[in-house]
Design a protein around this ligand. Structure first.
Ligand code: ADP
Ligand code: MG
Length: 307
């Protein structure tokens, strides 16, 4: 049984250009365990698509080592390519093929024998069975995205990689995509995805890597990453004017635009009770109160701001 789905060592990518060189990946080390749903996060321009396109064999790395399902990309390019299916960020579909032909064509490219092809099954999986013979130009954006997912699956890869699969898609398609991802993962497929939606990453991914400026910032189990932040927030509305801000060591108070007071503290430093005691000590009468939990967005901002 394969333990590591993808192993990346010292990966660099420099795009050479007339306006100078662009270092998109700067010595990235990353291993992705088999069987998980792995989230690759990072701000725009972090290098996520570059990484994914290198995995897909669409972009040539500058240096470093990439091993997919045990196959070194440089030593066994065919096997390493066969182990992975990639749904790219760009909608690059050939307008001359209907969905069914596009899948057959893709299967042919990957050397899948006719007897092992499952084009109709895959079209059904992504909900395109009615469009099997439709002209590609008549497909909506959402349908094209589904077709890209279908294409990534034709050769039954061990690993499915999705680059921003839900960016700009409607809720229905998003749900369909996630249902498919979950089902494929339950059947044993390793999933790697990039997303801008942090709540999605929180919900979908077992493990997360955050990259920024072509470097790995952090990599951990999603739960551990969230646990790392023990920042708590209490938001209160004061009765009457709150002229004196509550303060003291370990408590950070700011007034929000809507007039409420936001109090942040670390759970390890003090209790909510102690925070409220300080609020009262500042002469504030609380008329309303709620708490806010830190989420992945906080982790993300905290980690990417400084580096
Ligand atoms: P992400 O997917 O995280 O938004 P990308 O991998 O697309 O990031 O881009 C990483 C960096 O490399 C960006 O600064 C981007 O402008 C640059 N880049 C991406 N593709 C090319 C290319 N073909 N030629 C030159 N620079 C590129
Ligand atoms: Mg991208």
């Amino acid at each position: 049984m394969q333990e590591t789905a993808i192993d990346i060592k010292g990966l660099t990518k420099i795009y050479r250009g007339r306006e100078g060189d662009k270092h998109a990946l700067k010595g990235l080390d990353l291993d992705i365990p088999a069987g998980c749903v792995f989230g690759l996060l990072g701000p725009n321009g972090a290098g996520k698509s570059t990484l994914i396109n290198i995995l897909a064999g669409l972009v040539r790395k500058t240096s470093g080592q990439v091993t997919i399902w045990g196959f070194d990309q440089d030593v066994n390019p065919r096997q390493s390519r066969a182990a992975i299916g990639v749904m790219p960020q760009e909608l690059n579909l050939d307008p001359f093929f209907n969905p069914r032909d596009a899948l057959e064509m893709q299967a042919g490219l990957y050397g899948v024998p006719k007897a092992q092809r499952r084009s109709d099954e895959i079209l059904e999986l992504v909900g395109l069975q009615d469009k099997a013979k439709a002209y590609a130009r008549t497909l909506s954006g959402g349908m094209r995205r589904r077709l890209l997912l279908a294409k990534a699956l034709v050769h039954h890869p061990h690993i499915l990689v999705l680059d921003e699969p839900t960016a700009g898609v409607d809720i229905e398609l998003r749900q369909m995509l996630w249902e498919n991802v979950r089902r494929l993962n339950e059947q044993g497929m390793t999933i790697v995805l990039t997303t801008h939606y942090l709540e999605e990453a929180e919900e979908m991914c077992d493990e997360i890597a955050i990259i920024n400026h072509g470097r790995l910032v952090v990599r951990d189990k999603t739960r551990a990453l969230l646990g790392q932040l023990d920042t708590r927030r209490i938001v209160i509305r004061a009765e009457g004017p709150a002229d004196v801000m509550p303060g003291g060591q370990g408590l950070h108070a700011v007034r929000r635009d809507d007039g409420t007071l936001e109090l942040s503290y670390h759970a390890r430093d003090m209790t909510a009770d102690a925070v409220l005691a300080r609020v009262r000590a500042a002469g504030i009468v609380i008329s309303d109160m709620r708490t806010e939990q830190a989420d992945l967005e906080d982790v993300f901002l905290k980690l990417t701001r400084s580096r």
